[in-house]
Design a protein around this ligand. Structure first.
Ligand SMILES: *[C@@H]1O[C@H](CO)[C@@H](O)[C@H](O)[C@H]1NC(C)=O
Ligand SMILES: *[C@@H]1O[C@H](CO)[C@@H](O)[C@H](O)[C@H]1NC(C)=O
Ligand SMILES: *[C@@H]1O[C@H](CO)[C@@H](O)[C@H](O)[C@H]1NC(C)=O
Ligand SMILES: *[C@@H]1O[C@H](CO)[C@@H](O)[C@H](O)[C@H]1NC(C)=O
Ligand SMILES: *[C@@H]1O[C@H](CO)[C@@H](O)[C@H](O)[C@H]1NC(C)=O
Length: 518
């Protein structure tokens, strides 16, 4: 006999006893019935399955800090609130919650989740709140959140999200709030927020966003607030379309410019679009390049180019710009492209460049130009970089969870990119002010044995972990660094010579102590 039928039999027995008593003493019976009803109510809920490790009250099931390695299968089907904080789930498989279709609230904080498989939440058509804070999720896959048609709030703070695949949120048509604070986003792909037609607030604070493309936001007609605080946003011409779009649509942009230095610390909501430029006012007045595109919503032709008969283009030169990152999307229509010249751009050879590199290999497109950073493939030809080398941390670090460290072999000759160098050994002072230097490789300077002063003023230097080797080298060799941090915002404006190396990090002190991210 299962527990349900046992309870039923028990109830039948009680009812029988009650009936007999009824004929004897009406008042007592009435009283007893009331007690019985109370018991019945209690018993049906208790009879509802409650996993051994959990605590169940009504339709709320709590299984907190139990080291569970899977979603407990014996949860009652009618459960509406499920709290699984502090377990060890690792991976959420497809259909992980199929047996609890009535859930409205699901708490999955601190569950060591690193992967959410496609369709993991399938069947949760009534869920309105999902909290995934403090996990290790790095990629939001295309179908990770499928089936959550009524979800209103999705919280993915304090994970390692570095990639949002196009369409990851495409079924979240009811979502009001999306929170992705304290992650590792360097860029937002154009299709990232596709389908979020009800979204009102997006939080992207504490990421590594330098630039944002308006394209990613234009379809979010209900958006009221975009929180970009604590990102090293580069307030140059490329940000102008976003700023103009925000003004037109009354979207509140929270956060400050991370650079260039004359704007750093300025509120994004206060910056006038005409101040977002890639050249001085005089240059702009004189009509010198580059200018933002007029219609940012139809960018298929790369920014600042005039494109006709795209399909027939065989060679495209985008050299000598400030391109840090390129989205493959911009090039897929150029079916006949054979050569893409990206020379003299500070291309960041990290994980975000991988799709472009793979696309180039697959379509036999020759990429001209070199990596502008980070240090290990810096100077390497774009055409020679293997896609698997385009990562956001080293293989060992990736597994061990360590922050980038100074290079072991800083003793090779290298003249800084774009410079002619002679008699390097005797140089005492080097001025590189007024450039668009975001990142500097120590290797470029180690040969300058007599260097006493390196002037980096008026550059949007990003004071994050990647700058630490240079700072340590400068301290060790008593080289004075002139200039200030262009970002991230909490360090922006700080003198390069005053920044203590441990402050140059890619995560917060707490995260570093807890060894959460990179
Ligand atoms: C969970 O695992 C940790 C570490 O292994 C242990 O200290 C703790 O007692 C476990 N908690 C439970 C509820 O089993
Ligand atoms: C999500 O969980 C975190 C960590 O437990 C908590 O601090 C935060 O308030 C929760 N978010 C919401 C919107 O309830
Ligand atoms: C924006 O994000 C920052 C950092 O997470 C937070 O302190 C601030 O309150 C947020 N602003 C709003 C209006 O939500
Ligand atoms: C690529 O662009 C650079 C700079 O504009 C130019 O010097 C070089 O010749 C170009 N390379 C090719 C193969 O077109
Ligand atoms: C550094 O360069 C800036 C701009 O070129 C200049 O104004 C400043 O005097 C230089 N500082 C030093 C210490 O050389």
């Amino acid at each position: 006999m299962d527990s349900k039928s046992r309870v039923k039999a028990q109830l039948r027995r009680w009812k029988e006893e009650e009936r007999q008593r009824f004929f004897r003493l009406t008042r007592a019976i009435l009283l007893n019935w009331r007690i019985l009803l109370l018991f019945c109510g209690h018993f049906t809920v208790q009879a509802a399955k409650c996993p051994q490790e959990c605590f169940c009250v009504q339709l709320t099931v709590t299984c907190v800090n139990k080291n569970l390695t899977q979603v407990p299968p014996a949860v009652d089907e009618r459960t509406v609130k499920l709290d699984l904080q502090g377990n060890d789930l690792q991976e959420l498989p497809t259909g992980a919650f199929m047996h609890t279709p009535y859930l409205t609230h699901l708490s999955l904080q601190r569950c060591n989740i690193h992967k959410v498989k496609e369709g993991a939440f399938r069947g949760l058509g009534r869920l309105v709140f999902l909290n995934l804070t403090n996990n290790n999720i790095d990629i939001l896959h295309q179908e990770s959140f499928d089936g959550l048609f009524l979800l209103k709030r999705l919280i993915i703070d304090r994970n390692r999200v570095k990639e949002i695949q196009p369409g990851a949120f495409s079924q979240l048509g009811s979502l009001n709030l999306l929170s992705l604070s304290h992650n590792q986003l360097v860029y937002i792909p154009n299709m990232a927020f596709q389908g979020l037609q009800s979204i009102k607030r997006i939080r992207l604070s504490y990421n590594f966003l330098i630039y944002l493309d308006t394209e990613a936001f234009v379809e979010l007609v209900n958006l009221k607030r975009l929180n970009l605080s604590r990102n090293p946003i580069l307030c140059i011409c490329y940000l102008r379309p976003l700023r103009e779009w925000a003004i037109r649509n009354e979207v509140n942009l929270m956060g400050t410019c991370g650079g260039p230095s004359h704007l750093s610390g300025e509120s994004l909501d206060a910056v006038h679009p005409s101040d977002l430029r890639c050249q001085s006012e005089e240059e702009e007045a004189a009509g010198i390049t580059p200018r933002p595109t007029e219609e940012p919503n139809k960018v298929k032709c790369p920014a600042n180019c005039v494109c006709e008969g795209l399909q027939s283009i065989k060679r495209l030169r985008l050299s000598s710009n400030f391109l840090i990152y390129l989205d493959t999307e911009a090039f897929v229509e150029l079916l006949n492209l054979k050569r893409l010249n990206l020379s003299r751009n500070p291309i960041l050879c990290i994980c975000y460049l991988r799709p472009l590199r793979e696309w180039a290999i697959h379509n036999k497109v020759k990429l001209m130009g070199t990596c502008g950073g980070p240090s290990h493939p810096s100077g390497e030809s774009l055409d020679a970089v293997h896609p698997s080398d385009l990562r956001c941390q080293s293989e060992e670090e990736e597994t061990a969870g360590i922050t980038p460290r100074p290079t072991e072999e800083p003793n090779k000759v290298k003249c800084p990119a774009n410079c002619v160098c002679e008699g390097l050994q005797s140089i005492k002072r080097l001025r590189l002010s007024y450039n668009f230097l975001i990142y500097l490789d120590t290797e470029a300077f180690v040969e300058l044995l007599n260097l006493k002063r390196l002037n980096l003023s008026r550059n949007p230097i990003l004071c994050i972990c990647c700058l630490r080797p240079l700072r340590e080298w400068a301290i060790h060799n008593k080289v004075k660094l002139v200039g200030t941090c262009g970002g991230p915002s909490h360090l922006s404006g700080e003198s390069l010579d005053a920044v203590h190396p441990p402050k140059l990090r890619c995560q917060s002190t707490e995260e570093e102590a807890a060894r959460i991210t990179p």
